[in-house]
Design a protein around this ligand. Structure first.
Ligand code: 3Y8
Ligand code: NAP
Length: 258
């Protein structure tokens, strides 16, 4: 009996959740509990950490999980590493549903960096107005770059005094965000620099298109390295993998669609 664990927190996860629900595939959706009111899902949903890889092993065994789809954000590296370890320990098939990284185009002014500390170092000496489109968790990396004004976009309103930066403007939003919306945001706040994680996908590409249109430099943080695992960018391919144990076009893939 199939029972899928869908590790969520991205638009791709939400799309797969809809498809699993429509296909009546038994599945459970999992959030970390990082936001106060996450998007409701059409699947039974659990919220909160598992308690490390060992906790995930116990969940897989206790719930009779037969397949794990890791549809977490490319920067949710600890969750992905735990999923690899737990699926190896339990012999549970694992598939990553992840989108390709964004690629710079000719008109883009990107500065590629490997991590958030390097991103902070890449900002200019002269004071700038910086759109930190990286959420809340990694803001401390910029605490010693206090000469800049920072525009922050957060999912939930921060507790007063909880931010590690002082010269900030906070806007709230959950995405997806359009290029038009983001260009208006950048212009309204007189933004001169952006910092972004290479999340990939369409939901938050708008800020990059806006930066291109305005000729603004973007400090682009590369994804953290992850263990090798089977991956796809397509929801239909993930459904096929759940039904047939292989991705479409892989050796031994069933000809019929699921
Ligand atoms: C809790 C679930 C959907 C899901 C929407 C996607 C798109 C918007 C890109 C910007 C960048 C950012 C942030 C972002 C993206 C989607 C997707 C994606 C970036 C929600 C969600 C949860 C989270 C957690 C949250 C982090 C934060 C990061 C905001 C829900 C909305 C900036 C990452 O305050 C906090 O603690 C927030 C933490 C991790 C990064 C950070 O360090 O602060 N995501 N985001 C998930 C859980 O609990 O398991 O609330 O509904 C999901 C989405 N986030 O179905 O449409 O497909 O990825 N989320 C980044 O890329 O830099 C926004 O503003 O331009
Ligand atoms: P992370 O650093 O990789 O994970 C930290 C811990 O949070 C994990 O070890 C696990 O706790 C728990 N966790 C993470 N994702 C979980 C999930 N989907 N279900 C249950 N537990 C989860 O993760 P993160 O970067 O904080 O991301 C948290 C959530 O936000 C994920 O769902 C992710 O997809 C989403 N998100 C993250 C970003 C980002 O920029 N990081 C962007 C968009 C969305 P235990 O060890 O106790 O099991």
């Amino acid at each position: 009996m199939t029972h899928v664990l869908l590790l969520g927190g991205t638009s791709g996860a939400s799309h797969l959740a809809q498809a699993l629900h429509q296909a009546k595939v038994p599945a459970v959706f999992s959030y970390a509990g990082a936001t106060q009111a996450p998007l409701a899902q059409p699947l039974p949903t659990r919220c909160g950490g598992f308690g490390g890889a060992d906790g995930l092993v116990q969940f897989i065994r206790g719930q009779g999980i037969t397949h794990v789809v890791d549809a977490t954000h490319p920067f949710a590296a600890q969750m992905s590493r735990n999923a690899c370890a737990a699926c190896e320990a339990t012999g549970t098939p694992l598939l990553a549903l992840e989108r390709a990284p964004w690629q710079a185009e000719a008109a883009d002014r990107w500065i590629d960096v490997t991590d958030m500390d390097a991103a902070a170092q890449a900002l200019p000496e002269e004071p700038a107005r910086v759109f930190l489109a990286i959420g809340r968790k990694q803001l401390a990396a910029f605490a010693n770059q206090a000469r800049h004004h920072y525009l922050l976009r957060l999912v939930d309103a921060p507790q007063p005094g909880s931010l590690p930066l002082t010269d900030t403007t906070v806007v709230l939003g959950r995405g997806p965000f359009s290029a038009e919306n983001d260009q208006a945001l950048l212009q309204a706040h007189g933004i001169t620099w952006l910092v972004a994680k290479n999340a990939g996908g369409e939901a938050t590409r708008g800020k990059l298109l806006a930066a291109r249109a305005l000729g603004l430099p973007v400090v682009m943080v590369q994804r953290p390295p992850l263990p090798p695992r089977p991956r796809t960018e397509e929801v239909d391919a993930a459904l096929h993998w759940i039904a047939h144990g292989v991705l479409p076009g892989a050796p031994g893939a069933a000809a019929s669609s699921p």
